[in-house]
Design a protein around this ligand. Structure first.
Ligand code: BGC
Length: 912
C-alpha cells in the first residue's frame, strides 16, 4: 500500500515538473516550417515557448544542427552551446558554410527564468537551394516547333530510368512564363502560377520540391506544361505582349541521391521533347481555352510514344538572376459550392457562389466531343439582376472548354485567375446543376495570424470583407485589384494596407520578397515606379515618384521592422529608402517638394453640390510635402537602428527644414491648412508636421470638418488609413467610432449595407440609386479602404507593440471602448505565440481578457478610475503577485505583466 502511494507521489512529482517545463513548438527557419530550397546563407531560426504559466521567459538557448537526425545527438555539425539571450526569434545560424542542395536538421532547447531547462524540441529541418549559377546543370529549353498564333501552351517531356534505390530527390524548377510539372502523371507540389511574379529580368525565383515519393524504380517521366503568364502574355494597361521576353522556356533540374550515396541529375537539355496539347491559349486577363479533344493522352507517364514531338531548343538565357523562392507560393484554399442558380432577366444562366473571391471554378460536365462551354466571370449583377462585366474593362476573363465526350469530364484552368462572385455559363443545354460547379480561392499561402470579432454584425462583415480583400489581392505580389485588366503591384495601395495585412497574415516573407523588387525596379534617380514589378516603363509618367505611392520604399520596411523586429529588412532596404528621399530632395526647392505628377488623395469623396466648392480636395503638393517629411522621418529611424550617426544628423536637419517649409507654404499662423480638408489635417497630424502648440486645434478642425459632412469621412487612399488613428490620438475616439459605424455614403459600412463581401475600390462602387460608378474604374475587390482594420485591432481592441520597441517582445494592450459595442475580441499570432485581447460589457461590468505569449511582457491599460476598482480573476489587483501596478494614465489603470492569461474586471458605466 505504502509502495503504491510512494509511487503515486513520485508520479505526481514527475507530472508536476513536466507541467512546469516549458515546451517548444512552431520552429521556423526564415519564418517557414521545414522549408526546401533556401538561398539565405545564414538562415535565421525562431521558436515559440508554450506555457500556460504566468511570467515565463527565456534566458538562454542552445541550438544544434546536423546533416542527419541521428547525428544531432552524437556530434552535430554545429552546436551553438548555451547562449544567454532572451529572444526566441531571428536567431542566426553560425555554423560552417552551408552546402547547396543539402538538408539540415535542427533542434533547440531553452532555459527559462526559473532556471529550468526545457527538453530538446522536436527535430525540424531545412534544405538549401542552388546557391550559384554553376550549381545549375540544367539548360534553358524552349519549344522546338513554330508556335501557332494563339500560343498554345507548350508541353515538354523527358523519360529516364533510375537504376538504384532512391534516398531522396529534389526538383528545382522555374520558367520564362508559368509552369506546371508532373512526374509519372502526378503533380509536382501544390503551388500554382509558379514561379510567381518578380522583376523577372533582374530576379527570377525558382521553386524546390521534394519529389522522392513521385519517382519509382525503373522508367520515369517528367512532364511540364508552360503558360504565358506575366512573362509574355498580354498584360498591363496596353495589353502588351512579351513584356519580359518573347520566348517561353523551362529550366528544370532533378537531383537524385541514391541510398548507396551516389547521385544522378536529370536536367532540362537538348534531349527533351516538345509539343502542344489541350491548352490552346492562356493569359492572365483573357483566361484560358482548353480543348480536351487535343489532349495528348498518356504524355505524362513513361512509355508514351513522343517520336512525332519536336526536339526542344536550348537557349543561353541568364542563370545569374536566379534566386530561391522566399515567399509562400500561391495555393488553393477555400472552396465554395453553388449558393444559387439564377436565370437573369436577360436569360443568362448564372451561378452565385456567395463570395467575391479570386481563383477559378472547377466544372464537371458531360457532353459530346466538340461541345463548347464558356464560363464568364463577374463580381456583381447590375440593378436589374443581369450579369455585369463592364467593370472588367478589356479583361475577357473567360474559361472555355471543349469536351472530348467520354463521360464526366472535369475542367479547371491553369495559367490564369479571375476575380468573381458570379459565373455565367454558356453551352450547357440543360438546367445548370449546382453540384457541378465549385469555386476555388487561390492566393499566397501565408499563415493566418489575426482574427477579430465584435458585438456588431455589420462590423464583423466589414472584417470579413477586409480579410477577403487581402486573400484576393495577395497573389504572389500585392495587387490593386484581381479582376479587370490591371492586377498590378500598385505601390500606394500596398503601403496603405500594409499594417492591416500584418495583423491578418504572416506577411514577412511575402513583403521581404516584394520589397526586393521595389529596390530592383527603383529608377536610377531614386524614383520608385507606380507599380512593382514595373511593367509600365521608366519614361515620363511611368517613372513614378508619386507621393504616397513611392513612399512604399520607406513605409513598408519601417513598419515591417516594427512588427517583426528583423533588422535585415532595414539593412537590405536602406539604400533604396535613402535614394527615394534623395529623389524628393533633388526635386525640391527651398525644401519644398512641389513638382511632379501625383495621384493625390486618390478616390476621395467628391460631392457635386458641395457648398464649399470641392471642399474635400486636398492640394497634391501639400500631400507631397507631408510624405516627404514622413519618409525622411522613417529614414532617420532606420539610420538610428543601423547606427548611421551621420545620416541621422543630416536628415534630422533636413526634416526640420521640410516641416518649416510646410508650415510656411500650407498653413495659416493659427494652424488651418490651406486645403482645410480632413486628409490635410490627418496627414499633418499623423506625421507631426504641426508644432506641439498647434496640434490640438488642428485635430479640433478635423472634427469640425467631419461634422460639417454630417459625420462622414471625405478621405481617399492616403488620408483614410490614418483618419481614426489621428482622432483617437487627440482624444476623439468617439468620433472615430461614429465614422466606423456610419452606414450612409461615404463610409466603411455603406458597401456592407449594399451586400459587399470584399472591400470596394470606391466608397460608392454601387450608388445609392443602384447605378454603378464609372466603368473605367470600379473594382469591387480593392483592399486600400480596408486599412481601417488597423484601427480596429490596434486601437479598438488595443493590441500593439510597446512604443520604442519592435517585434511584440514588449506588448501594449490598450483597448478603447465605445460605439455602443458590448464586446470586441482579437487574436493575433505574434512570432512569440498567440496574443489575445478582448473586452466585454455585461450588467454594468467590464471584463478585459488578455493572453500574453510566453517570453513576452505586456503593459495593459485597464479602463478604470483606480487600481482598487479592479479585480483580476476575482482577486483584488493588489493581491495578485504577478501583476505590477505602474500607475494611472487618463482613464486607465496601467499594469505590467509577464506572460499568461489574465481576466480583469471592473464596474463600468457607458459614457453618454
Ligand atoms: C489602381 C489603383 C492605383 C491607382 C493609381 C488605379 O488604376 O487600381 O488602386 O493606386 O490606379 O492612381
Amino acid at each position: 500500500m505504502r509502495k503504491i502511494s510512494l509511487l503515486l507521489l513520485a508520479f505526481q512529482c514527475i507530472t508536476l515538473s513536466l507541467l512546469a517545463q516549458v515546451k517548444l513548438d512552431h520552429l521556423k527557419t526564415e519564418n517557414l516550417s521545414n522549408p526546401i530550397g533556401l538561398d539565405v546563407v545564414q538562415p535565421y531560426f525562431s521558436w515559440q515557448l508554450i506555457s500556460d504559466q504566468r511570467n515565463i521567459a527565456q534566458t538562454a538557448y542552445e541550438i544544434r544542427v546536423a546533416e542527419d537526425v541521428a547525428a544531432l545527438t552524437k556530434g552535430s555539425s554545429w552546436a551553438s552551446g548555451k547562449i544567454s539571450f532572451n529572444q526566441s526569434i531571428h536567431v542566426p545560424y553560425k555554423g560552417a558554410a552551408l552546402t547547396a542542395g543539402k538538408k539540415y536538421y535542427w533542434q533547440v532547447r531553452v532555459w527559462d527564468n526559473n532556471g529550468k531547462a526545457s527538453a530538446w524540441s522536436a527535430v525540424n529541418h531545412w534544405q538549401m537551394g542552388l546557391l550559384k549559377p554553376t550549381d545549375w546543370k540544367a539548360q534553358w529549353i524552349e519549344p522546338g516547333y513554330t508556335e501557332d498564333k494563339e500560343f498554345a501552351a507548350p508541353l515538354m517531356r523527358k523519360e529516364f530510368s533510375t537504376g538504384k534505390k532512391i534516398k531522396s530527390a529534389t526538383a528545382y524548377i522555374t520558367a520564362h512564363g508559368l509552369y506546371e510539372a508532373q512526374i509519372n502523371g502526378k503533380r509536382v507540389g501544390d503551388a500554382y502560377l509558379t514561379p510567381g511574379w518578380t522583376s523577372y529580368n533582374k530576379r527570377l525565383q525558382y521553386q524546390a520540391y521534394d519529389v522522392t515519393n513521385l519517382l519509382k524504380d525503373g522508367a520515369n517521366a517528367i512532364a511540364v506544361t508552360l503558360g504565358d503568364g506575366w512573362y509574355r502574355g498580354n498584360f498591363s494597361f496596353d495589353h502588351r505582349r512579351n513584356i519580359y521576353g518573347k520566348d517561353i522556356a523551362l529550366l528544370l533540374q532533378l537531383d537524385i541521391v541514391y541510398t548507396d550515396g551516389t547521385t544522378a541529375t536529370i536536367a532540362s537539355d537538348a534531349s527533351w521533347k516538345s509539343s502542344t496539347g489541350a491548352i490552346r491559349s492562356n493569359g492572365i486577363y483573357q483566361g484560358e481555352v482548353v480543348d480536351a479533344t487535343k489532349e495528348k493522352i498518356g504524355w505524362t507517364v513513361a512509355g508514351y510514344d513522343d517520336k512525332n514531338w519536336s526536339a526542344v531548343k536550348t537557349s543561353n538565357a541568364s542563370k545569374d538572376i536566379l534566386v530561391a523562392t522566399y515567399n509562400e507560393p500561391i495555393k488553393k484554399h477555400e472552396t465554395f459550392a453553388t449558393l444559387k442558380v439564377i436565370t437573369t432577366p436577360k436569360k443568362e444562366k448564372v451561378i452565385d457562389f456567395g463570395q467575391n473571391l479570386v481563383g477559378w471554378v472547377q466544372l464537371k460536365v458531360k457532353g459530346k466531343a466538340g461541345d463548347t462551354i464558356k464560363v464568364s466571370h463577374a463580381e456583381v449583377l447590375d440593378k436589374n439582376g443581369n450579369f455585369y462585366t463592364e467593370n472588367l474593362r478589356n479583361a475577357k476573363a473567360q474559361a472555355v472548354y471543349i469536351l472530348k465526350g467520354n463521360g464526366e469530364e472535369i475542367f479547371e484552368p491553369h495559367f490564369t485567375f479571375f476575380g468573381f462572385r458570379y459565373i455565367k455559363v454558356e453551352g450547357v443545354a440543360t438546367e445548370l446543376q449546382p453540384q457541378n460547379f465549385t469555386a476555388i480561392a487561390l492566393y499566397s499561402a501565408m499563415q493566418q495570424t489575426g482574427s477579430f470579432t465584435s458585438s456588431d454584425s455589420l462590423i464583423n462583415q466589414l472584417q470579413h470583407n477586409i480579410e477577403w480583400g487581402l486573400r484576393g489581392n495577395f497573389v504572389d505580389v500585392p495587387t490593386d485589384c484581381p479582376q479587370r485588366d490591371e492586377r498590378m503591384g500598385w505601390t500606394g495601395d500596398a503601403q496603405a494596407f500594409f499594417r492591416t495585412a500584418t495583423f491578418l497574415r504572416g506577411v514577412n516573407n511575402f513583403f521581404t520578397k516584394w520589397m526586393k523588387d521595389v529596390s530592383a525596379d527603383q529608377i536610377k534617380n531614386g524614383s520608385i515606379p507606380h507599380v512593382i514589378p514595373n511593367v509600365l516603363g521608366e519614361e515620363g509618367w511611368a517613372a513614378g515618384g508619386s507621393a504616397g505611392w513611392a513612399d512604399v520604399s520607406t513605409i513598408i520596411p519601417w513598419e515591417m521592422y516594427l512588427v517583426y523586429g528583423d533588422k535585415r529588412i532595414l539593412e537590405n532596404q536602406y539604400s533604396s529608402m535613402k535614394a527615394w528621399v534623395g529623389y524628393m530632395q533633388s526635386k525640391s526647392k527651398n525644401d519644398l517638394w512641389n513638382t511632379g505628377s501625383h495621384f493625390g488623395d486618390w478616390l476621395f469623396y467628391t460631392m457635386a453640390d458641395d457648398n464649399d466648392g470641392n471642399a474635400a480636395i486636398t492640394n497634391k503638393y501639400l500631400i507631397a510635402q507631408c510624405f516627404y517629411a514622413y519618409s525622411t522621418q522613417l529614414l532617420i529611424n532606420a539610420a538610428k537602428e543601423l547606427g548611421k550617426a551621420d545620416d541621422v544628423a543630416t536628415y534630422t536637419a533636413l526634416l526640420q527644414r521640410i516641416k518649416t517649409a510646410f508650415l510656411k507654404e500650407y498653413t495659416t499662423p493659427n494652424g488651418a491648412t490651406m486645403s482645410n480638408t480632413q486628409t490635410s489635417y490627418v496627414l499633418a497630424l499623423q506625421f507631426d508636421l504641426f508644432p506641439e502648440a498647434l496640434r490640438q486645434q488642428a485635430a479640433d478642425r478635423l472634427v469640425n470638418n467631419i461634422k460639417q459632412y454630417g459625420n462622414h469621412l471625405t478621405t481617399g487612399f492616403l488620408g483614410t488609413p490614418y483618419l481614426c488613428h489621428v482622432l483617437s490620438r487627440y482624444g476623439y475616439s468617439d468620433v472615430a467610432y461614429t465614422l466606423l459605424l456610419q452606414k450612409t455614403y461615404p463610409s466603411w459600412l455603406y458597401p456592407v449595407t449594399k451586400g459587399a463581401t470584399t472591400i470596394w475600390e470606391r466608397w460608392d462602387g454601387i450608388r445609392t440609386n443602384g447605378d454603378f460608378q464609372a466603368i473605367t474604374m470600379n473594382s469591387f475587390n480593392h483592399y486600400a479602404y480596408g486599412a481601417i482594420g488597423d484601427w480596429m485591432y490596434r486601437v479598438m481592441v488595443g493590441i500593439d507593440v510597446e512604443d520604442g520597441t519592435v517585434g511584440y517582445k514588449q506588448i501594449r494592450i490598450k483597448p478603447h471602448i465605445g460605439g455602443k459595442f458590448t464586446h470586441a475580441y482579437a487574436d493575433y499570432i505574434t512570432q512569440y505565440g498567440t496574443l489575445s485581447s478582448g473586452w466585454k460589457i455585461e450588467n454594468g461590468k467590464l471584463t478585459l481578457h488578455a493572453f500574453v505569449p510566453a517570453n513576452t511582457t505586456a503593459t495593459i491599460y485597464i479602463p478604470a478610475a483606480a487600481a482598487t476598482d479592479v479585480l483580476e480573476s476575482g482577486q483584488p489587483l493588489a493581491l495578485v503577485k504577478e501583476i505590477e501596478v505602474v500607475g494611472k494614465a487618463k482613464e486607465y489603470v496601467v499594469v505590467k505583466v509577464g506572460s499568461g492569461k489574465y481576466e480583469f474586471s471592473t464596474a463600468y458605466t457607458a459614457k453618454q
